[in-house]
Design a protein around this ligand. Structure first.
Ligand code: C2E
Ligand code: CA
Ligand code: CA
Length: 755
């Protein structure tokens, strides 16, 4: 009997193991296990079931002899501490014997169902993996309460073992199946991705061998994909690219971090700037050291780089001349200053400004001005060394930064002067613009850069100041910065603001100084401007006229003077104390005389006061005649045509050639005070005045002596038949009301003024 049982046990065992080995359907195998036990066990009412555990639920696997409805009901049941025999066994991972379902505490919630199917006892054993993880449960039901015998339990354990092997295999194969499925999905995704991906992606091994190449186009590859695969970077790329790429592969693997790098490479499309990114891929392989690969994705950033360069150019270069602009200059100057602070050597900053550029620009138009600037930049560029910076920082302002020119200040000063002279040479040749050729000159200011002078803003300002001084010298020269000059300029700037304030505050007015002829009759007078300063008192014109000229304020002052003149003339006429020949003179400065609006300015005022221009004498100096004679004659003729007359002031001190005097419409000469001062002591003083008077008489020009202070001077001049005199001897310049009084008084008793 025992041997029969043994035999059938063996037969079942063989059958089941061969089915497992052959990988036959697991459900079949589980059915066979159930049937085998039911066949061998003594009690023929025994019915077996196998459930598999998935997460925390049990699912039907096999129960060939049981009512399928029961299997259906318990399918998917959640395991727990009192969930029948199977749910509890799987939950506790221990065998549960419920001899009597009806009385078992574990079956309380489920006994109704079991009894419905005539199931009275249930022994359940967990099926575990080789690592003791619960894979499912095995159960034997009987239709009567029953306790298992030792033999029963042995039999169960025997077949539970097979179930465990089969279940483990089931779980493993479903895992593999899922893995394969997942792999297929991600492979499809990868394929789709690489089809549209514009950036090439390459996989290389640690020796630089191309293993895979992905990407939608071959344009960005040096060779087609099939020529790359299985080739080495060193064989494919020129050495200067291969070596750095190999270094990056090594670094990617050693650091285990993403590397980002830029490189330029000639590919099918042409020369391209790339941004490469690499990341390591390490594959573990059983029984061998891990494989190390690198994924290298590369992107064409040529356009971006170009745009960046363009933007940088706009920010740092002058678009007209392509020279560095103020910003770049300031950056370089800052760096230069830092270095000089460390090295104690000297550099220099040269500030070059084209003389009269505004005139060229205004008269010929901006495009001509631009052409001149471009040519200037070209010429200067050819003089400046590569290590130096030539920048254009404004209209016609060029700056040359010499970062190193000497060990000490003396050396640097000499060198800077040599550079300045070289820069001046660019002006030797005329500038050809369109059909015209121009002689242009420039003024250069130099500021040394050394330890004591290392403030970037100051260096630029000081060079500008020095340039300004070169300009004041008459242009076409260079000048070094010195601090006294700075103080002077600061003073001047203050004065300028004060003048502007004073104009608004009506602090300017004209004083009047009379002129009388040798018979003692008043012929006219000169208006001289005064500044009645609220704090400084009365300020003489020499202190502010040059500044007013420099800063373009002279016209405003002149208008004030002319208005006062017109008022006085009207007053004198109204009072009937002057005849038709009486006139007053006004001093005209160089800038004003050059101005194209002089005529309209003068006219607008005399017309407003209804004063005829013949009452106004314009005093200009000899040097103004010499400057641009053609224009001067034209300007004078125009003014003469409407009635104004001209007097040459400070005559004898300038360079004008006496013989040319006839070319100008001049009515009067004023012999400079310096000759009058000498007239009584020096024979030469006397003869000069005599010569002037004779010349003037020949040209039908009247002569006035200025600064006549003594009776003796007057007597000499009278003997020479001078036309009129002006000076303290007659009267000092007087304010409006004062002059009016004086004039009337003089008419009554002239003798009290001439003694
Ligand atoms: P200027 O045109 O040669 O004027 C004559 C200067 O000699 C005046 O000085 C006058 O006060 C002074 N003077 C007259 N007689 C005598 C004398 O007998 N002895 C001495 N020692 N001096 C005498 P002021 O008013 O200080 O003017 C100085 C200069 O300022 C003028 O020289 C003229 O060039 C300029 N100026 C005066 N007013 C104006 C003006 O409204 N416009 C312009 N552009 N310049 C003016
Ligand atoms: Ca004068
Ligand atoms: Ca004078």
């Amino acid at each position: 009997m025992e041997s029969n049982r043994q035999k059938s046990l063996l037969a079942h065992q063989n059958n089941i193991l061969s089915k497992i080995a052959l990988g036959e359907s697991l459900n079949d195998i589980f059915d066979d296990i159930c049937l085998a036990i039911e066949d061998i066990i003594d009690d023929k009412s025994a019915k077996c079931s196998i459930l598999s555990l998935n997460a925390d639920r049990l699912f039907h696997c096999a129960a060939p002899s049981m009512d399928p409805k029961y299997s259906e009901i318990i399918n998917g049941i959640k395991i727990g501490d009192a969930v029948g025999s199977c749910g509890t066994a799987a939950y506790r991972n221990s065998r549960i014997i419920a001899e009597n379902i009806e009385t078992s505490l574990l079956w309380q919630d489920f006994k109704e169902i079991a009894i419905q199917f005539n199931l009275k006892s249930c022994w359940s054993t967990p099926i575990t993996s080789s690592q003791s993880i619960v894979l499912g449960s095995f159960a034997i039901y009987h239709d009567h309460p029953k306790t298992p015998s030792k033999k029963d339990l042995e039999l169960i354990d025997y077949f539970v073992n097979f179930s465990s092997i089969a279940l483990e295999k089931l779980q493993h194969s479903s895992k593999v199946e899922k893995l394969i499925n997942d792999l297929e999905v991600s492979n499809k995704k990868l394929n789709a991705f690489t089809k549209v991906m514009p950036d090439p992606a390459l996989i290389l091994n640690e020796d630089g061998l191309y293993l895979d190449v992905y990407g939608s186009s071959e344009d960005l590859l040096a060779y087609s994909v099939d020529k790359l695969i299985n080739k080495n970077v060193n064989d494919i790329l020129p050495k200067k690219y291969a070596a750095p790429i190999m270094a990056i592969i090594k670094k990617t693997l050693s650091s285990n971090e993403v590397q980002v790098f830029e490189y330029e490479l000639e590919v099918k499309k042409g020369i391209v700037i790339f941004e490469g990114r690499t990341t390591p891929i390490i594959y573990d392989q059983p029984g061998a050291p891990p494989q190390k690969h690198v994924l290298w994705v590369t992107r064409d950033i040529t356009l971006r780089k170009k745009a960046e360069k363009e933007i940088e150019k706009l920010a740092y270069y002058d678009p007209l001349t392509n020279l560095p602009n103020r910003r770049l200059l300031t950056e370089r100057l800052t760096r230069c200053v830092e270095r000089i602070k460390r090295t104690h050597k000297a550099g220099a900053l040269l500030f070059l400004d084209i003389d009269n550029f505004k005139r060229i620009n205004d008269s010929l138009g901006h495009s001509a001005g631009d052409e001149l600037l471009i040519e200037m930049a070209r010429r200067l560029g050819s003089v400046v060394r590569a290590a130096d910076t030539l920048a254009r920082i404004g209209g016609d302002e060029f700056v040359i930064l010499l970062e190193y020119i000497g060990e000490n200040n003396k050396h640097a000063t000499n060198e800077a002067a040599i550079v300045a002279q070289k820069l001046q040479q660019v002006f030797y040749d005329k500038f050809q613009i369109g059909a015209l050729a121009f002689q242009v000159s420039g003024s250069i200011g130099i500021c040394l850069i050394e330890n004591a002078n290392s403030n970037v803003e100051n260096i630029l300002k000081f060079a500008d100041t020095a340039m300004y001084r070169a300009k004041v010298k008459g242009g076409n020269s260079y000048s070094f910065y010195d601090s006294r000059l700075q103080t002077l300029l600061e003073k001047q700037t203050k004065l300028e603001t004060d003048i502007i304030r004073a104009i608004d505050n009506n602090e300017f007015c004209a004083y009047f100084q009379p002129q009388v002829d040798i018979a003692g009759l008043i012929t006219g007078g000169e208006a001289l401007i005064r500044w009645k300063h609220p704090i400084k008192g009365l300020i003489a014109p020499n202190e502010f006229i040059p500044i007013a000229e420099q800063f373009g304020l002279i016209q405003k002052l002149q208008n004030i003077v002319l208005q006062d003149i017109c008022c006085l003339i009207n007053q004198l006429v109204d009072n009937n104390v002057v005849d038709d020949t009486f006139n007053l003179s006004i001093n005209i400065s160089q800038n004003q005389f050059n101005s194209s609006t002089l005529k309209t300015e003068l006219l607008s005022i005399v017309n407003k006061f209804n004063v005829h221009p013949s009452r106004i004498k314009l005093e200009i100096t000899e040097s103004m005649l010499a400057h641009d004679p053609l224009h001067t004659v034209q300007q004078m003729e125009e003014l003469k045509a409407i009635g104004f007359t001209f007097s040459i002031d400070d005559f004898g001190t300038g360079y004008s050639c006496l013989s040319h005097l006839h070319a100008y419409p001049v009515k009067e000469l004023k012999v400079d005070k310096s000759f009058i001062d000498n007239i009584s002591d020096h024979a030469s003083g006397l003869s000069i005045v005599e010569a002037i008077i004779n010349l003037a008489k020949n040209l039908d020009i009247t002569v006035v002596a200025e600064g006549v202070e003594t009776q003796q001077q007057f007597n000499i001049l009278k003997a020479m038949h001078i036309d009129a005199i002006q000076g303290y001897l007659i009267a000092k310049p007087m304010p409006f009301e004062h002059y009016l009084k004086w004039h009337k008084q003089y008419l009554i008793s002239p003798e009290c003024f001439s003694n």
